[in-house]
Ligand binder design. Structure first.
Ligand SMILES: NC(=O)c1ccc[n+]([C@@H]2O[C@H](COP(=O)([O-])OP(=O)(O)OC[C@H]3O[C@@H](n4cnc5c(N)ncnc54)[C@H](OP(=O)(O)O)[C@@H]3O)[C@@H](O)[C@H]2O)c1
Length: 336
């Protein structure tokens, strides 16, 4: 029988970021692994997710999720293998998805862990295209954005984890035109490879003008990952009865002052627009439909995903900072 580890390493929040996070906001710490209580499992984490929403949890402010606490471990999605268990339901050897990332080993309540099948897809896919980000893309476009065949769709943050899946789902579902924006020429080229009809680099400036050129007939759905100038540009280009799936506001996550605008919000009146904020947690009931549809497209090769993989727990803080800066194409994953 192999010896179980008695200690592990985890990343704690050392201080709250002001504006952009820095490595000093994080601390790598060695801790004892507690003895398992009844109904718990010990998981060796193989992959963990870093996600933009974690930036909000680093603030001490009221939000839809709780704040991370100073000197306590960060949390987030992770996938790994059960190496000890006091639960008959989740035996040793099971691969599970759970919420205690940012550490090499996690003691998890068995009922909080979800079994995943590593023979169907790579473990890391359950953190991305087949996991929370994929569901966000599918449910956001379908239900918040009320996409229907023939719609012209604009998605910002289009080369990222959520955005790249949104654009491909729209294409696979019969969008008349799919436009994406991203932060580099390489990412724009990637969007074309993925089948986007038009793509532009928002660093080239004049987001509203670039969107208008890319969609001269206007857009029907805007999937917003970015907020700020992108939302303003989309409001200009949206057609009557257009819809906005408000998914993220990443251009503002490190802002120290509230964002002005969008200055043209009143356009929503005349165009009878529908702006729908979405939280993926509200769409648990869509999970089976998501697995069937998106799983099917993935299997058929109609949609594909990319990952940016960083190795080692000690690199997780920098991976998170780099995610906010756009270093990733597709899902940012830390392999432990
Ligand atoms: N509502 C929900 O339930 C939910 C769930 C999941 C994700 N989200 C949101 O969805 C968005 C995408 O998340 P994700 O996990 O897929 O992350 P991601 O897109 O893979 O990574 C974040 C990307 O944001 C872009 N970015 C950073 N600063 C920007 C700026 N000022 N303007 C425009 N783009 C900027 C960067 O790409 P560039 O190189 O293109 O700048 C970066 O790669 C985030 O806003 C996130 O908070 C919401």
């Amino acid at each position: 029988m192999t010896q179980l580890p008695t200690t592990t390493r985890e990343i704690h929040l050392a201080s709250r970021p002001e504006g952009w996070p820095t490595p000093e906001n994080f601390r790598l710490t060695e801790v004892d692994i507690p003895v398992l209580a009844d109904g718990q499992i010990l998981v060796v984490n193989h992959h963990m997710s870093v996600d933009p929403y974690m930036r909000g949890r680093m603030n001490d402010s009221k939000s839809y999720t709780s704040s991370f606490q100073i000197d306590q471990p960060l949390e987030g999605a992770a996938v790994g293998e059960v190496i000890a268990s006091t639960s008959d339901d989740v035996p040793v050897g099971t691969t599970v998805l759970h919420g205690l990332g940012w550490r090499e080993h996690a003691v998890v309540k068995a009922s909080d862990a979800k079994k995943v099948d590593p023979s169907l897809a790579s473990e890391s896919a359950y953190l991305g295209a087949l996991g929370m980000t994929g569901l966000t893309a599918y449910a956001g476009l379908t239900y918040a954005g009320q996409f229907t065949e023939g719609d012209a769709v604009f998605v910002s943050g289009a080369a990222g984890a959520v955005g790249s899946i949104v654009g491909q789902i729209a294409k696979a579902s019969g969008a008349s035109r799919v436009i994406g924006s991203a932060g580099s020429a390489e990412k724009v080229a990637r969007l074309k490879e993925l089948g986007f009809d038009e793509a532009f680099n928002y660093h080239d400036g004049d987001v509203a003008g670039q969107l208008q050129n890319a969609a001269p007939e206007g857009i029907d759905v805007y999937f917003d990952n970015v907020g700020g100038d992108h939302l303003e540009a989309a409001l200009n280009s949206l057609n009557v009865h257009g819809r906005v799936a408000m998914c993220g506001d990443i251009s503002q996550y490190n802002a120290t002052e509230p964002a002005p605008g969008p200055r043209n919000l009143a356009l929503a009146i005349g165009k009878r627009l529908r702006l729908h904020g979405l939280l993926v947690g509200d769409y648990a009931d869509v999970q089976p439909e998501f697995v069937e549809k998106v799983g099917g497209w993935l299997q058929a090769g109609e949609i594909s995903y990319r990952e940016t993989i960083v190795d080692g727990l000690e690199q997780a803080p920098q991976a998170f900072i780099d995610l906010l800066g756009g270093a990733n194409t597709g899902k940012m994953i830390v392999r432990l």
